[in-house]
Design a binder for this molecule. Structure first.
Ligand code: ZN
Length: 496
């Protein structure tokens, strides 16, 4: 259901009861009169669209999900312990379990309508008892809570763990949380931890920009009359229209909430027609593998020689259908899918850069004028481009792709002005925005520079990077195939 749909009166009532909110609480959160809510819930009067949207957004911001049949409330919490990170998705419906508030109050303070969860938690006998109690009362309807109980039971008394309302969206954030956790559980150790020094150095030189993708967030000017398109520089006065929604990260990559107000309809159309299809095409297999929903449905990807999809009936299993599946002597299966649509490699780089330009703070844009013309009009497409580094990382999965930017503080240096980290599930791409006026050179080979390695030392802990060249600006065909191998089979001739 699109987030712009007007909720039904019974949905609003049910959502309030899940949250334990009074009509007054909701009115305050949504910035509307109490009578608006009361009349609406009684079915007496429909609110004007702006008020209906405000009501819906206030409820969604508190975690309520509107479904076809009613409402539910979910947590997508991440627990970090000394033994690792795991996600816990808990969903409540009004008829299925006690109010969300009861559950939330185990981990924080609840003063309706405000719920504050403490990030730092301690596995005390008291906390364990509360969780046992809750699970006993509600587990029949919410069996996923058994995992939470088991995790707590497995922890030694008094050990600290972290409860994050949203998963870490970058390696940098993950490392920072790990430091905090380590310090809490090992207070006697000097904070000489390698990571601490690493990050100190990075944050001395770079600012971090990590837009959230789990809540409605519009970058730029709320009022259409004040908007200037980031890409073509037009405003309403010069004929630009701002009627379409511009996603900062394409919706096909699971992004529902992060939008750019300052993108005109023409530019939106151009990106959607010309460069984003390449990004989506090259990430198709990953999308199916991760089961990323786009516009409410699981992806199916068709190739001339086969297709990939998620079997929604069978625990969302990934299914590979291919005309050519072969097995070699060591038991490695190869499914050839044929060639996908022809793609222009440089469009992949431009689409990734477009995401960064959509979320970067406005004051950085003047230095990136040439970058913008490259992304929007394909200017400078003959100039050499730095490589893009790709890796598979162990971070908890996210329903949407994530973007993190590192923006250099010093005006000039050999290091990139803007370094971007784009992540789709466990697949991470690290790249620099090319053509910045604040870069001294063309950035070719910057990954190999000693200063870069010393500053972005956390990337050294990622086990295997591959540097890929996306500078080609002619159409090419990519042969897609999937290989399945038993864990004892050699990988590319090397012992595993
Ligand atoms: Zn524009």
């Amino acid at each position: 259901m699109a987030s712009e749909t007007i909720p039904r009166p019974e949905q609003v009532r049910a959502a309030r009861s899940l949250l334990g909110w009074s009509q007054q609480d909701l009115a305050a959160k949504a910035g509307v009169a109490i009578s608006t809510i009361a009349d609406f819930e009684r079915g007496q009067r429909s609110p004007i669209p702006n008020n209906a949207l405000a009501i819906r957004q206030a409820l969604e911001a508190a975690g309520v999900l509107f479904t076809e049949t009613g409402v539910s409330h979910g947590f997508h919490w991440t627990f970090m312990t000394e033994r690792g990170t795991s996600g816990l998705i808990v969903t409540f419906t009004p008829e299925a379990a006690g109010p969300v508030i009861d559950f939330a109050s185990i981990f924080g303070k609840v003063e309706p309508p405000k719920v504050s969860i403490d990030t730092i938690q301690c596995a005390t006998p008291e906390l364990r008892n509360k969780v046992h109690d809750y699970v006993d009362r509600h587990a029949a309807k919410t069996p996923h809570l058994f995992r939470l109980r088991k995790m707590l039971d497995d922890m030694p008394d008094g050990e600290f763990f972290l409860l994050l309302p949203t998963p870490p969206s970058s390696t940098a954030e993950q490392f920072r949380y790990e430091q905090v956790l380590h310090q809490l559980n090992h207070p006697q150790e000097q904070p000489l931890d390698e990571h601490l020094q690493v990050f100190g150095r990075l944050l001395e030189k770079y600012d971090l920009c990590m837009p959230r993708t789990d809540k409605h967030f519009n970058i730029g000017n709320a009022k259409k009359a004040d908007r200037t398109c980031r890409f073509c520089g037009n405003s309403r006065k010069t004929g630009a229209q701002f009627n379409k929604e511009a996603h900062a990260i394409p919706a096909a990559l699971g992004n529902k909430y992060l939008k750019l107000a300052d993108e005109c309809d023409d530019c939106n159309q151009y990106f959607g027609d010309k460069i984003e299809p390449t990004l989506v095409e090259l990430l198709n297999i990953q999308r199916v593998f991760l089961g990323i929903e786009a516009r409410g449905s699981l992806p199916t990807v068709k190739f001339p020689g086969g297709r990939l999809f998620r079997d929604g009936n069978n625990d969302k299993m990934m299914v590979v259908v291919s005309e050519k599946i072969s097995e070699d002597a060591s038991g490695v299966l190869t499914a050839q899918l044929g060639t996908g649509k022809p793609i222009v490699p440089q469009s992949f780089y431009r689409a990734l850069s477009k995401i960064a330009l959509s979320v970067i703070p406005e004051q950085e844009l003047p230095a990136l004028a040439k970058t913008i013309r490259w992304v929007r009009y394909g200017e400078s497409s003959e100039a050499p481009l730095p490589k893009i580094a790709a890796a598979v990382v162990m971070l908890p999965p996210d329903p949407s792709a994530q973007i993190t930017l590192y923006i250099r503080k010093e005006p000039h240096s050999k290091m990139p002005h803007v370094l971007c980290e784009f992540r789709l599930g466990c697949y991470m791409y690290v790249y620099a925005l090319p053509f910045s006026e604040r870069d001294d050179g063309n950035l070719l080979g910057f990954f190999e520079e000693e200063e870069f390695k010393q500053t972005f030392r956390h990337y050294a802990s990622v086990p295997s990077w591959s540097q890929q060249d996306y500078s080609g600006n002619q159409e090419i065909q990519v042969l897609q195939s999937i290989r399945l191998q038993p864990s004892n089979a050699p990988i590319d001739g090397q012992p595993s």
